[in-house]
Ligand binder design. Structure first.
Ligand code: UDP
Ligand code: MG
Length: 311
């Protein structure tokens, strides 16, 4: 009996890409059958407003393709979780419908998994296909993230990877209502191997469906889920600023006491004061942000609801 592998594909307003994606994965099935595995697809319609669900239902006429439909748009992270939770397979592979990551890498991931690696990530060797802005902002974000994260995430690695059932079943115990899947993946298991690939341009002509707003909100979730190191760093920074300010104040004080300098540093005082207050305010706003998240997590609502399934 070949081992079942599910490719989990979140879809949001990308109906036009569904059949092409099925075609591309269909081409891999023979090669993967030779590894004694069977490749299947679970599409997750993340509350699309276009024909995505109809296309998924059409595609599900193939026995190896099925779909679930979420009750609204919960975001890519939740859609991915929904698909993985629904899988009964021996391993899962998160994948984007826009074929931005070349499907052939899937075969390489499967063959690493067959040889006993439980989590194998796909590592990008180029980012030329991304816009300059996306490249730079991603680089900056991961640099900051890994500086403050309890569990750093591997460089140039996205959600694209193969995860063995023994690891992804741990997701049943993850109850975060706001998710950053790359962090969750590093939390539930270790990376055993990686496969390298370079990324061609996206199939999609219009804007990516993960818009700037969604990415910023994901960045917020990520930084909050990074752990207490962020606050330790902020506290450290504030203390450092305080020490510098104290030093400066004693210097001015000494000049005033021992020299005949009039107390005239008004501008300096205003600048230092403003600096100090800004630091305090940003610290407070971070605390505010965290408590809002803590409140929403404490409600422990499910991160998605399923509305329909293909049969
Ligand atoms: N997607 C989703 N929900 C959303 C936004 C995107 O399920 O709210 C899906 C989308 O259809 C695609 C994948 O997530 O399969 C990645 O989206 P996109 O290509 O827009 O993002 P990026 O390439 O920036 O990661
Ligand atoms: Mg994309």
């Amino acid at each position: 009996m070949p081992k079942a592998i599910d490719v989990i594909i979140p879809v949001y307003n990308d109906g036009g890409l569904v059949l092409g994606c099925v075609g591309a994965l269909s081409d891999l099935r023979i090669g993967i059958a030779n590894l004694d595995c069977s490749l299947n697809i679970i599409f997750v319609d993340d509350g699309s407003k276009d024909q995505s669900w109809d296309r998924i239902v059409d595609a599900s006429k193939e026995k190896w393709v099925r779909g679930i439909k979420l009750s609204r748009n919960y975001g890519k992270e939740a859609a991915l979780l929904a698909g993985i939770r629904d899988s009964q397979a021996e391993a899962v592979i998160p994948f984007d419908v826009d074929l931005q990551d070349p499907p052939t890498v899937i075969t390489a991931l499967v063959s690493e998994w067959v040889s006993g690696n439980k989590m194998v990530v796909a590592r990008r060797t180029n980012r030329e296909a991304d816009t300059f802005f996306k490249r730079q902002s991603a680089k900056f974000f991961y640099w900051v993230y890994n500086k403050i994260a309890e569990n750093p995430i591997p460089k140039n690695v996205g959600d694209f990877r193969i995860i063995d059932r023994s690891i992804f079943k741990n997701l049943d115990h993850i109850h975060d209502s706001k998710l950053f899947m790359k962090e969750v993946f590093t939390y539930i298991g270790k990376v055993d191997a990686s496969v390298e690939f370079s990324r061609p341009k996206s199939q999609r002509i219009d804007e990516p469906s993960q818009n700037l707003g969604k990415l910023l909100s994901l960045a917020e979730t990520a930084l909050i889920s990074a752990g207490p190191k962020l606050f330790r760093k902020i506290l450290g920074m504030t203390m450092l600023i305080d020490i510098v300010i104290l030093g400066y104040a004693s210097f001015i004080g000494a000049q005033w006491l021992f020299g005949d300098l009039p107390f005239n540093g008004f501008a300096t005082l205003v600048i230092l004061n403003t600096f100090y207050f800004v630091t305090l305010l940003s610290l407070l706003s971070v605390i505010g942000l965290v408590s809002t998240h803590a409140l929403s997590e404490s409600k422990s609502r499910p991160s998605f609801f399923i509305e329909a399934r293909t049969n």
